[in-house]
Design a protein around this ligand. Structure first.
Ligand code: ATP
Ligand code: MG
Length: 384
């Protein structure tokens, strides 16, 4: 079990502390007994010898005087002892509690030292009432948020490293081919003009592949920044989708796939950067075309739900395995490397799409079941 999942408990005093507390108690009791004796003797002196005090007491507060004073010195002793006893108990309690609190503080300080020595998994495991309890809870919360910030920093660092590794890998592969084919040409290792054209064509195609990757990467890093400027315009989402569908139909029909758009009965007015949103739908539609193996239909559906427009892009065909669904939006993630390699994607499309949707205060997720794969986008509508 991790330290910070430990059950919270009361502070356990060490035997040294217990004896300290005991000695403190005994010393206090002895001091109080001595003090009581002094007070008692003083009172006896006063009541025995001072007539003036008798008179003063008698004249101002006769009833109290009557109760406290008796010529035989018995009646006044009882309440005096009772009061002294109460005060003694109060003083003893106060001294012991004060000392106990000091000990609690010592325990908290040593726990803090332990954490600050690098044991960031540890939390102060005491459950106290009052201000000390509040202090412990605040310290634990502070450690939690500090650890979270450190981990976040580490994740960002790690993800940057991964990005560099992925990019270098994805650039190196086509670059190796380009150098290979250009090397053949350079060394005149081709037998015919046809060969030469084949080599240059391959080198050209690979260069284009690299350009797509670099462009995507540039776009990705741009939209990842939360302060990316958006060119906001007010537009009707229905019209935008209808336009994209028209542009897309020809490409789809070449592959024998139908594209249908089922729109909301009324317009869906939004505020957004249309150029960036078009990129989102372009990627979703080209994905549906590329990866919907065996599919015959792509359906785009838009509707108003509350204050949101919900747009679904779905295609039939081969489903995406459940375990891949959450990873789709990770950059460079491709379901089944080989299949996607063949289709030539960079694996950045959905990561870019997600960042663009987030920049518009929306969210996107994927579903894949019953022979259909759908990508659902929620975007806020313009408030009128
Ligand atoms: P890019 O879009 O950058 O050119 P890509 O299409 O490979 O490359 P994404 O758009 O991010 O990258 O998609 C990630 C992966 O998700 C794809 O490689 C594919 O395996 C899977 N995928 C995406 N859409 C679908 C879909 N409609 N049906 C099945 N698989 C899909
Ligand atoms: Mg894609």
């Amino acid at each position: 079990m991790k330290d910070n999942q430990k059950k919270f408990n009361r502070i356990q005093l060490t035997s040294k502390e217990k004896s300290e507390l005991l000695i403190e108690g005994i010393v206090t009791i002895i001091l109080l007994i001595l003090l009581n004796l002094v007070i008692y003797m003083l009172l006896v002196q006063i009541f025995q010898s001072s007539l003036s005090i008798d008179k003063i007491l008698n004249s101002f507060i006769p009833s109290i005087y009557d109760t406290f004073y008796d010529p035989n010195y018995f009646v006044w002793k009882k309440p005096i002892f009772f009061m002294l006893g109460l005060i003694d108990i109060g003083v003893l309690y106060w001294r012991l509690i004060r000392r106990y609190k000091q000990m609690q503080q010592r325990h908290i300080i040593s726990e803090l030292h332990y954490i600050s020595n690098g044991h960031y998994d540890h939390r102060i495991p005491f459950d106290l009432n009052g201000d000390l309890g509040k202090l412990i809870r605040s310290i634990n919360a502070l450690v939690d948020s500090t650890v979270e910030a450190i981990e976040e920093e580490r994740r960002i660092e790690q993800s940057k490293d991964e990005l560099i590794t992925n990019v270098s890998h994805d650039i190196r592969t086509p670059l190796t081919s380009i150098i290979g084919y250009l090397g053949l040409i350079e060394e005149r290792k081709f037998s015919s003009e046809e060969d030469l054209l084949k080599y240059t064509h391959t080198a050209y195609m690979k260069s284009r592949q690299m350009k797509v990757l670099v462009d995507d990467l540039f776009e990705y890093t741009k939209v990842r920044q939360s302060n990316t400027p958006l060119s906001l315009v007010t537009f009707d989402m229905q019209q935008l989708i209808a336009q994209i569908v028209v542009d897309f139909e020809l490409e789809a029909s070449k592959k024998g796939i139908t594209v249908d758009f089922i729109g909301n009965p009324s317009s869906l007015m939004m505020e957004g950067d249309t150029e960036k949103l078009v990129r989102v739908f372009d990627n979703l539609l080209s994905n549906a075309l590329k990866y919907g193996v065996g599919g015959k239909s792509i359906i785009i559906h838009s509707e108003r739900i509350g204050s949101e427009s919900v747009i679904t892009v779905k295609n039939d065909g081969q489903e995406i395995p459940k375990e891949s669904l959450d990873l789709l939006f990770d950059r460079f993630y491709r379901v089944e490397e080989s299949r996607s390699q063949q289709t030539g994607g960079t694996g950045l499309g959905l990561a870019i799409a997600q960042s663009i949707v987030t920049l518009h205060n929306g969210y996107i997720y994927a579903n894949s079941e019953n022979g259909w794969t759908s990508f659902v986008i929620h975007l806020p509508l313009k408030s009128i």
